[in-house]
Design a protein. Structure first.
Length: 399
């Protein structure tokens, strides 16, 4: 039987909460964070709905004691989440063990780079924001803020499966002995670039997204940051850590079907889930809850639904998508949903799939629509990205 990797800390900020506790309270209350755009000036502000973090950059900068207008929103959110995760883990000296940071992002510093784009050839006043465009810059800023600038630091950008792959890589590095502790997850903010890009793809909704519903209209973009602390068994024993849960299994595959669409039969998703089961040493019957990718787009929900049926047959476990709460937070979605999965394990709950009314005509799959209390020992979480990059994580209460 596979030994899982211990999770000892979690931190996050999203449209439904400024920390893990607030996020959980919103999940239990069925409180969505989806609203009209208020923080970005765009011609689409009255056409779509998004999941915005409530605080402004200025408010977050004051909270972190940062100089005004020095960081883009992505690392600001990431620093908040990473610090919360380290605090919960009880880590006061981050250099006491071989520690790394693996962060997923798609936007990077895009929000500030686009703000000062037209100044690019005129003046160099905001050159730091132009240089901060790339994804790795955001990760480095987070690393510096938590004291890891001279450690193993890397960025994963595999679209919407980025944070899942960050968690998977972190677990593998601990298993291999390369690192003893890894901070894993991701951070992404909203920007005009992503709004315009997804608008062009015609998959944004002008109302509240409704995963797995026959009448779903598309996704709501969101912003968030979420990080988990993974630690080796040796650290857990030496430091007497409280273990929140375990990364039990993981799998990554590519269905090589289309640049932005998943295959209609969910080939990549099936392969990712099968790999995760193999790593975990578990059978599908062991899963008590599936936190689905569930973007509420016509393509994803059809593809993922068929994949679930192929893997679980007639016995698909309780499942729901939590993107109706937060919106689709792109690279960090799997980090957000990893924390939600661990919270489900801790509190023995299945979250409701908000806004669901009508089953899809292609199959008779109905997500959990009300908060459900049940014994949960194992949770499977799916994350599928553009380019066909499909990842599955399995979390458990026991190693």
């Amino acid at each position: 039987m596979n030994q899982g990797i211990a999770i000892t800390g979690m931190g996050m900020i999203s449209a439904i909460g400024n920390n893990v506790a607030e996020n959980y309270a919103s999940l239990i209350a069925g409180k969505s964070g989806i609203s009209k755009i208020t923080k970005i000036k765009t011609v689409h502000e009255n056409e779509i709905m998004v999941g915005e973090v409530a605080a402004t950059n200025e408010e977050l900068e004051q909270q972190l004691n940062l100089k005004p207008n020095t960081y883009s929103r992505t690392p600001i959110l990431g620093i908040l989440a990473a610090r919360e995760a380290l605090q919960q883990a009880g880590i006061t000296d981050i250099s006491s063990y071989r520690t790394g940071l693996i962060s997923g992002t798609t936007v990077g510093g895009m929000d500030k780079a686009e703000q000062y784009f037209y100044d690019y050839f005129e003046r160099d006043t905001h050159w730091a924001h132009i240089n901060g465009l790339h994804a790795g810059d955001s990760t480095q800023k987070i690393a510096e803020a938590i004291g890891l600038e001279k450690s193993f630091v890397t960025t994963i950008s595999t679209a919407c499966s980025s944070a899942a792959n960050a968690i998977m890589l972190g677990a593998r590095m601990i298993k291999s002995g390369e690192l003893e502790r890894v901070v894993v997850g991701g951070s992404d903010c909203l920007s005009k670039f992503t709004i315009n890009g997804f608008k062009t793809l015609m998959i944004l909704s002008d109302t509240y997204n409704s995963p797995f519903d026959e009448d779903r209209k598309g996704l709501n973009l969101g912003e968030a940051a979420a990080f988990l602390v993974l630690e080796s068994d040796d650290i857990v024993a030496k430091e007497n850590r409280k273990v929140l849960g375990y990364v039990k299994g993981y799998g990554n595959a590519n269905d090589a079907f289309h640049q932005t669409a998943s295959s209609e039969n969910g080939d990549g998703a099936v392969l990712a889930m099968e790999k995760a089961f193999k790593v975990a040493g578990l059978a599908p019957a062991a899963i008590d809850y599936v936190n689905a990718h569930g973007t509420a787009t016509p393509n994803n929900d059809l593809s993922e639904g068929r994949a679930l049926q192929r893997v679980f047959g007639e016995n698909v476990p309780d499942f729901s998508s939590t993107k109706a709460y937060t919106g689709h937070t792109l690279a960090v979605a799997a980090g957000v949903e990893a924390i939600y999965s661990i919270l489900a394990l801790q509190h023995n709950v299945v979250y409701p799939n908000l806004n669901f009314k009508t089953p899809m005509k292609e199959f008779n799959l109905v997500p959990q629509t009300e908060l459900k209390k049940k014994e949960i020992k194992t949770v499977l979480s799916n994350s599928f990205g553009f380019g066909g990059n499909c990842s599955t994580l399995i979390f458990s209460k026991e190693a």
